[in-house]
Design a protein around this ligand. Structure first.
Ligand SMILES: Nc1ncnc2c1ncn2[C@@H]1O[C@H](COP(=O)(O)OP(=O)(O)OP(=O)(O)O)[C@@H](O)[C@H]1O
Ligand SMILES: [Mg+2]
Length: 312
């Protein structure tokens, strides 16, 4: 099936200051978001997430490379018809009331007045603002503005939602509400691409993830694939291990812990664990468990972010 969002070798270099110093925000970035999936673009501050999303929307012109939305070139009217967008720092018309703003946004998307009103009522309910949007936006709290901006992103009934840090500024209940909303959008068959630096949000809802560090994509794939193959350590628990067996295995740089009758051996990789397992079996020890230690997303993220910082 056709990718809903596709970045092909996108790069963006900004020119800043009087001497037009170059800032490389994004470099040679390629990835795609498939129909009906939730894709999380994860990266530390300044990694280039917002720049990437803006290139996909056609708000920032890439220095090189191409972006496509549902097969159409990014920035064209046809590509934008498919999209709903939540900006990083939503600046809404503060003198309008929340409900007026949504009706206005709906009218801009081509809805009739009656449809815009109906849709506004539904969306206010959906984002938890029902009964609270009848006042000027300047009197909204930060979390209320974020919720209203999210409703605005959905007012045109988009096939694809691009959300720049959708959980920012929200309290724990608000974060949960927005996670649930994103899952519902997927259940309705929509495609969601969102950026964040919050690992738990990614772990909770994403089908696939891209890790962006200093403008480059270091990893991209299903969460299980990113986190599992890095299983670095393998833990073997045996009982009745002879001192001879323990001594042999320990020489291998393996960590050994004695816990009552059990010996807990932690190996650095699977190869060593396999060899130890057969040695343990042939020495007559009882095998209790063999557990690969999955690398957590946090470990992966921190190692990527640190690795880049160390080499730059
Ligand atoms: N309009 C601009 N002009 C010049 N430099 C810019 C501009 N926008 C972003 N940058 C630079 O590009 C780099 C990436 O910024 P970007 O906003 O894309 O990062 P981000 O991953 O969204 O960060 P955050 O998590 O803080 O929102 C940064 O070094 C930033 O200073
Ligand atoms: Mg950003």
């Amino acid at each position: 099936m056709q990718a809903q969002v596709r970045a092909e070798a996108l790069s963006k270099t900004y020119r800043v200051g009087f001497f037009a110093r170059r800032v490389r925000a994004v470099e040679d970035l390629s990835f795609e978001v498939r129909a009906g999936e939730i894709f999380g673009l994860l990266g530390p501050n300044g990694a280039g997430k917002t720049t990437t999303l803006k290139m996909l929307l056609g708000f920032v012109k890439p220095t090189s490379g191409h972006a496509f939305i549902a097969g159409r070139r990014a920035g064209t009217v046809a590509s934008r018809r498919q999209l709903g967008y939540l900006p990083e720092n939503p600046a809404l018309y503060e003198f309008l009331r929340g409900d007026e703003y949504l009706i206005f946004a709906g009218r801009l998307c081509g809805l009739s007045r009656a449809d815009a009103r109906k849709r506004t009522a539904e969306l206010l309910e959906r984002v938890g603002l029902a009964g609270r949007a009848d006042r000027p936006i300047r009197k909204f709290s930060k979390g209320m503005v974020q919720r209203l901006a999210l409703a605005q992103a959905l007012v045109g009934d988009p096939r694809i939602a691009i959300l720049d840090e959708p959980m920012s500024g929200l309290d724990p209940i608000g974060r949960k509400d927005v996670r649930d909303l994103i899952l519902q959008l997927r259940d309705e068959g929509r495609t969601v691409l969102f950026s964040t630096h919050i690992l738990s949000d990614v772990e909770a809802i994403c089908d696939r993830v891209g890790i962006l560090v200093e403008g480059r994509l270091t990893d991209c794939g299903a969460l299980a694939d990113l986190v599992a193959p890095g299983a670095r350590a393998v833990e073997l628990v045996v009982e009745n291990a002879s001192p001879d067996l323990v001594a042999r295995l320990q020489q291998d740089g393996t960590r050994v812990l004695q816990r009552d009758r059990a010996t807990v051996l932690t190996f650095r990789d699977e190869g060593r664990a396999r060899a130890a397992l057969s040695a343990a079996v042939s020495s007559g020890a009882t095998i209790v468990s063999l557990t690969p230690h999955r690398r957590s997303l946090e470990e992966l993220f921190v190692s990527r972010a640190r690795g880049k910082a160390a080499t730059s």
